[in-house]
Design a protein around this ligand. Sequence first.
Ligand SMILES: Nc1ncnc2c1ncn2[C@@H]1O[C@H](COP(=O)(O)OP(=O)(O)O)[C@@H](O)[C@H]1O
Ligand SMILES: [Mg+2]
Length: 138
Amino acid sequence: MSLQKTLKGAAQTTGFAHEIAENMKGKIVLMNGTLGAGKTTFVIGVAQYFNCYDTSSPTFTLHQRYEGDITIHHFDLYRLESMYELDNIDFFEYIDSGDTCFIEWADKFNLKDELENYTEITITVDNPNARTFIIEEV
Ligand SMILES: Nc1ncnc2c1ncn2[C@@H]1O[C@H](COP(=O)(O)OP(=O)(O)O)[C@@H](O)[C@H]1O
Ligand SMILES: [Mg+2]
């Protein structure tokens, strides 16, 4: 899959997430884009589509687990300082679990070298009211 889409407003990001949610199932999805680009909005949209609810502790911000029709692991590496800390959160065990995984700020580390298959979502902020999503499968 290789896809580009411009979305005007958060509701369109959520709608787009619902539209392509089935394509995200079981994938490792690397998400890149600046703070406020819409990474989390998209992940929550996919979780909604699969009737998933956050079952993790609210204080646990590096890794959240959503349970529903499928299991989704949502990582946000923004505050992670070194790649070695990934072992502390069993990152690679979740990656190998077959569950759907979304990783915000994946570009901070050389994660691509560690992964055989992944989907990449790059979000650019066009203006305060629009974002362009590029989705590529590797
Ligand atoms: N397509 C869009 N156009 C304009 N604003 C958007 C769009 N998608 C999401 N947003 C808004 O942008 C912000 C993105 O926040 P968030 O999803 O937390 O970003 P990130 O996780 O990338 O930091 C939210 O305020 C959201 O409502
Ligand atoms: Mg976020």
